[in-house]
Write a protein that binds this ligand. Structure first.
Ligand code: ADP
Length: 223
């Protein structure tokens, strides 16, 4: 039985553009899609096709001009910030440039979402150790990001994305900055996570090859 995590129903997002005349840019044009539990859904599209806007609509950092976005069974189209908070916590993000704190250790970077949410320190430590082991970085717990390779930094990013037990991980160009040999390792780790936890992925890229390798289904955004 299908178990939708994300549903877009005829979603349109327009922006008013600056400059002479009242121009409107349609960043997302009538998108309907469903991502179910455990799905790996790839989205590809050239720069400017609307990929970032789609992600921002899922996080409710943008609201649709028309249509509805449903996340984990809740229509978030006009939900308040307070009600969005627990839903956002169930969405992990992995970024191209890793977005790690350079002044925090590996363990502190991974723990950060739990720390923000005031979880007990003993639970934070236990969970961080579990994830360090899972992504193969236990012996690097006390290092700083500058002491790690690109692939190791992305493993820290993955562990941090997993810490709140997300239902969906949005991977935004998350392997584009890595060497080709490391890309496959990171993608395989992501596949292992999907098999072990049932987490769904939205895998965003401008290039088809890795998306084709990892995804069950692919959506193409046209300019
Ligand atoms: P991608 O991530 O695929 O490169 P974006 O979602 O960033 O594409 O952008 C899609 C289109 O929407 C582009 O034409 C972009 O210029 C426009 N756009 C995105 N955000 C805004 C904004 N805040 N104001 C005006 N136009 C925007």
């Amino acid at each position: 039985m299908s178990d939708p995590i994300i549903t877009f129903d005829h979603v349109v997002k327009e922006f008013k553009t600056r400059g002479r005349g009242a121009n409107i840019a349609r960043a997302v044009d009538d998108v309907s899609l469903t991502i179910d539990r455990g799905d790996i859904f790839g989205i590809i599209g050239y720069s400017g096709a609307g990929k970032s806007t789609l992600v921002r609509l899922i996080n409710a950092l943008e609201r649709p001009t028309s249509g509805t976005v449903t996340v984990l069974g809740t229509d978030i189209t006009s939900l308040s910030e307070t009600k969005l908070r627990p839903i956002r916590q169930k969405i992990g993000m992995i970024f191209q440039q890793f977005n790690l704190f350079s002044t925090k250790t590996v363990a502190q970077n991974i723990a950060y979402p739990l720390q923000l949410d005031h979880w007990r320190k003993d639970y934070q430590d236990r969970r961080v150790n579990e994830l360090l082991e899972f992504v193969g970085l236990s012996e690097h717990a006390n290092k700083y990001p500058s002491q790690l390779s690109g692939g190791q930094k992305q493993r820290v990013g993955i562990a941090r994305a997993l810490i709140m037990n997300p239902k969906l991980i949005i991977a935004d160009e998350c392997i584009s900055a890595l060497d080709v040999s490391i890309q496959a390792q990171v993608v395989n780790l992501m596949k292992d996570i999907q098999q072990e936890t049932g987490t769904a992925y939205l895998f965003i890229a401008h290039d088809l090859s890795m998306v084709k390798y990892i995804s069950d289904r692919i959506g193409v955004l046209h300019l």
